[in-house]
Write a protein that binds this ligand. Structure first.
Ligand code: MOS
Length: 690
């Protein structure tokens, strides 16, 4: 057996597929060459938010023009019952949101499909719709659970009595707008039927999940659906489960007998693949005059669709962030005539921690206490609501080390004190947390005749470096250099992997890969080993496992225009063992920059009359551009945690967006004295108060 003294895990190895991506040879879902008879599909989307579709008429001239099929509920093949109602495409006359797929044109060329879709005449009986989230909505209700399975409501102690008795209280309402995931690579599927098997080249975060969902819809045994997802250009949650494009492409391929490609145009992503729900959050904090919290109360209102209940877990991170004897968290939901919200990077935590961490800043001001010191004083010894000890929690160390590295020490706490030319300058901070999870997965390790090793698992790499990290984990578990390990992922026929979501990919897949490689290494009589982590993962205590961090921001606000620029953004994390500092750093920075977008730029603007968002492309839905990012840095503590998984890693994909928006908003207040409680902090919300 080969032995190596230098461990691969922890090394800043570059992405294995990097050269292929730079050369343009890495293939994405819409780039596979699948034969000369490839057809193209284009979706005709609903122009109304609510109603029924009574007919579809095709212009006969257009129909002759290379069009192979026009499918709608009047003629589309019947599908089996789907677990996700949004996969029951073209099955009903019911219109549940603007942008819903009402018809699909399949043609010999993309241009012909698009032209024909534009000339379809959709006969619709329109009904009045309701798309506006508001706290006094008559249909607000309390869901039984919030995602993925948390109780909607929790309460302990006597919150009202604590508020009545407290010398210092804060009662604030924060609003976050609907947000869109906006991955670089739009959702796309190339579908073909080979005998009775369905092959999908599909851009997603979970090939086995997509295969299972599509198999259900087409009433096939799951092994007859083969999903290939070699490379993915981002997803941020919107590709976590099969989206309508996968089913539509497969249906079109079945009807036409040809391979069919359906690549959603950017504008369709704003309605067809999910979004982050808007929230209205009321946070109340009560404290003793020396800054100990006596009560925390967090109520979050968000929306879901008519199709099914997506209940975002907005107030859940408040359950374990700070100590307080009296506490209450809750969620309210309303069904609107809107697309169903879905996961978007740190769903729940990202908007929830805006409200909590900005409210903590407001409390610090009310107490005349440093906001870091306020947090340190309310550090819990065990997870406050479950009573379970933390497997590891180095939040205070993140606050202290982060403050040192950022240069927080000599900060004048008073707002609107520092001016340089036309700029008001300020600093702010906020805490970060994200749950540490692992999900059951299976991996296979093989000894190849060449002496190298092949490790297989149906995971995906969204551009995060998953393939590279699994190679490092496998190399160490096998005791060989990374050059001797070939990792195969991105194919649903490989051993079953969990979703690339919940920042759990590396932990879940790495656990299975470690098990398979160790089993192979310890058995020299076999050339193959398979390891299923299900039993070990299910035995684990779920509570008390979280990553933590602290975000710091310096902003300057133009005294004349109200424009906010982020001159420095700094994150200090305690996220377990960092498997690859290079790919980890880009995950942290990416999250922080996305948090900057949440604080300052990103916002879907609703037109209540039309029942849709008026900005639905990257020209009008603003995300941070290079020029918006000045100095952004991430560092981390060496954290040992033996209770979570064999690698000791906590997951790093999402914590960067948790807390970074609040740090920026708190810095805006410090620079200007203006509290923006309605995100994003656009200049028109600041300028009138400057
Ligand atoms: Mo992430 S929103 O769990 O893909």
């Amino acid at each position: 057996m080969t032995t190596t003294t230098e461990r691969a895990v922890g090394q800043p190895i570059g992405r294995i597929e990097g050269p292929d991506k730079v050369r343009g040879t890495a293939r994405y879902a819409a780039e596979y060459q699948v034969g000369d008879d490839l057809a193209y599909a284009w979706v005709a989307q609903s122009p109304v938010a609510r109603g029924t579709l009574t007919g579809v008429t095709v212009d006969p001239l257009v129909e002759a023009d290379d069009v192979l099929a026009v499918l709608w509920h009047g003629n589309a093949p019947r599908l089996g019952a789907a677990d996700d109602p949004e996969l029951a495409v073209l099955q009903s006359d019911r219109i549940s949101y603007r942008g819903q797929a009402l018809a699909l044109v399949v043609a010999r060329t993309l241009e012909a499909a698009r032209r024909a879709a534009a000339t379809l005449s959709l006969e619709i009986d329109e009904e009045p719709h309701d798309c506006v989230l508001r706290t006094e909505h008559p249909d607000l209700y309390t869901p039984e659970k919030v995602n993925p399975a948390f109780p909607s409501e929790t309460t302990s102690g006597d919150v009202e009595a604590a508020f009545a008795a407290a010398p210092v209280t804060v009662d604030v309402t924060y609003r976050t707008p609907p947000l869109h995931n906006s991955p670089m690579e739009p959702h796309a599927t190339t579908a073909l039927w080979a005998n009775d098997d369905l092959v999908l080249y599909d851009s997603n975060q979970h090939p086995p999940g997509v295969a299972a969902a599509v198999a259900t819809v087409f009433e096939l045994p799951p092994e007859r659906v083969h999903v290939i997802t070699e490379h993915v250009g981002g997803g941020f949650g919107s590709k976590g489960s099969a989206r309508p494009n996968a089913v539509l492409a497969a249906m079109a391929a079945r009807v036409t007998g040809r391979p069919v490609r359906l690549a959603l145009p950017r504008q369709a992503l704003f309605s067809m693949v999910g979004h982050r729900t808007p929230t209205i959050q009321r946070v109340r904090l009560a404290a003793s005059s020396d800054g100990h919290l006596t009560a925390i109360d967090h109520l979050a209102v968000s929306h879901t669709s008519r199709l099914f209940e997506f209940a975002e877990q907005t107030a859940v991170s408040t359950r374990h962030m700070y100590a307080a004897p009296n506490r209450r968290t809750g969620h309210r939901l309303v069904r609107l005539d809107m697309p169903t919200p879905r996961w978007m990077r740190a769903p729940g935590e990202a908007p929830g921690m805006v409200a909590l961490e900005c409210a903590m800043d407001e409390l610090a001001v009310a107490l005349e206490l440093d906001p870091i010191e306020l947090r340190v004083r309310n550090e819990p010894t065990v997870e406050p609501e479950s009573g379970v000890p933390f497997s590891s929690r180095h939040y205070v160390e993140c606050l202290r080390r982060g403050a040192e590295r950022f240069g927080w020490g000599d900060r004048d706490p008073r707002p609107k004190q520092r001016r340089e030319g036309d700029w008001w300058i300020g600093t702010g901070m906020a805490g970060a947390t994200y749950p540490t999870m692992a999900q059951p997965s299976t991996a296979r390790a093989r000894r190849l005749p060449s002496g190298d090793y092949e490790v297989s698992i149906a995971a995906t790499d969204l551009g995060t470096g998953a393939r590279t990290i699994l190679t490092q984990i496998a190399a160490d578990a096998l005791g060989v250099p990374v050059s001797q390990v070939r990792v195969r992922i991105g194919d649903s026929t490989l051993p079953k992997a969990s979703v690339a979501g919940g920042s759990s990919g590396s932990a879940s897949w790495g656990w299975a890969v470690t098990g398979a490689c160790q089993a192979l290494r310890s058995n020299s009589s076999s050339d193959e080993a398979v390891f299923d982590s299900t039993e070990l993962v299910q035995k684990q205590e779920k509570d008390g496992k979280h990553a933590f961090g602290a975000h710091f921001a310096e902003v300057r606000v133009d005294a004349v225009t109200g424009e906010v620029r982020v001159s420095r953004l700094f994150g200090m994390y305690a996220a377990g063992r960092i498997l690859n500092p290079r790919t980890a750093r880009s995950q942290f920075l990416g999250g922080m920059i996305m948090g900057m977008g949440m604080a300052l730029h990103e916002e879907a603007v609703l037109d209540p009359a039309m029942g849709t968002w008026v900005n639905h492309d990257l020209a009008e839905y603003h995300v941070p551009a290079h020029a918006d990012v000045e100095s952004v840095e991430a560092e981390w503590l060496e954290e040992q945690d033996d209770q979570i998984n064999p690698m000791g890693s906590k997951g790093i994909g999402e914590i960067g967006i948790v807390g970074s928006p609040a740090a920026i908003l708190n810095a805006v207040w410090h620079a200007t004295g203006v509290r923006v409680r309605d995100l994003p902090a656009r200049l028109d919300k600041i300028l009138p108060h400057l």
